[in-house]
Design a protein around this ligand. Sequence first.
Ligand code: AFP
Length: 365
Amino acid sequence: MQDGRTTLSKFLINTLDRKSSPIAASGLSALLIDVAASIKTISAALTRGALGGNYGSAETVNTHGEEQKKLDIATNDIFLQHCEWDGLLAGMVSEEMDEVYAIPDTWPRGEYLLAFDPLDGSSNIDINGVVGSIFSVLRVTGEPHDAGVSDAAFLRPGHEQVAAGYAIYGPSTMLVLSVGNGTHGFTLERDVGNFVLTHSDIRIPEDSCEFAINASNERFWEPPVRRYVQECKDGRSGCRTRDFNMRWIASMVAEVHRILMRGGVFMYPRDFKTPAMEGRLRLLYEASPMSFLVEQAGGLAITGRERILDVVPRALHQRVPVILGSKNEVARIGRYHSEYDRGADKPYTSPLFNERSLFLPEAPA
Ligand code: AFP
């Protein structure tokens, strides 16, 4: 379909509603239109900035013990209001809600499950930085869902998602979406209110010289991550023989969008600042949907030791380490984890080969 002329509705009808479509899925297009309506409403609220009276803390904490911004709660309610009524959902899960949101009895229930982070990067709100929303759609399996669903219905590996996407609220608002036939970007034509296809079939470059990580956690990283980042910092004077650039926007949506647009690697690896925490990012509504989009665009997404889309969640708000982006860079980081686990990385992580050493051996090709 042609960039610049295809609206989201036309794209979804052609992709999901035509009986001839290999991925036809009744009702899914209508659900995604409601998600898109949530995003348009959030975009309008965000562009009012401080004038909207939504800056600052809500003086509450979420299930993770994190302080909630007023907009965290406001955007969560926008998703609920736009999506609970359509008779397509059996339940919803959000970063901002402890439990599964049961569809009120006033509305019929449907065959889909929606998990979302209504406002990703909310620490950027009060500084007028880039933020986003992330969503993931599963189809209910097995248990009857007219009486609502339990946690178990959501605890499915990410490769079972039927759709995933994010909104990025930047200079323009974009919706980036996959229903299993590639990853596609739509730009909000604000004065008309349509999402227009502007980036069809996005492909992530397999190589890159750009990485994103919160370097303030370096002392808590595992050796394979330290090894990879050190080699990037060594640049052309080290084994990578080319210089790298670093970015950190504190919004996973913004980092992933940059990677989809020009390649790169995003890492929020396991760190031992809080040993009990398996990672910072939540599996159901951050890591899984973003990994689905990245893989559909030709990239890789791993925990360091396994494919994120194969991880079976144990709990609604489970966290995982995330390393995703350009295929060859993520494969290298995965290889470093495997060498470390096998004790085969000694020359690269022993104290003798620190950043001042002249003896940096060639890293394996
Ligand atoms: P918030 O939504 O609480 O701001 O967290 C954003 C996020 O989950 C992810 O989008 C960022 O990449 C990451 O946290 C930033 O983490 P640091 O604050 O540790 O840099």
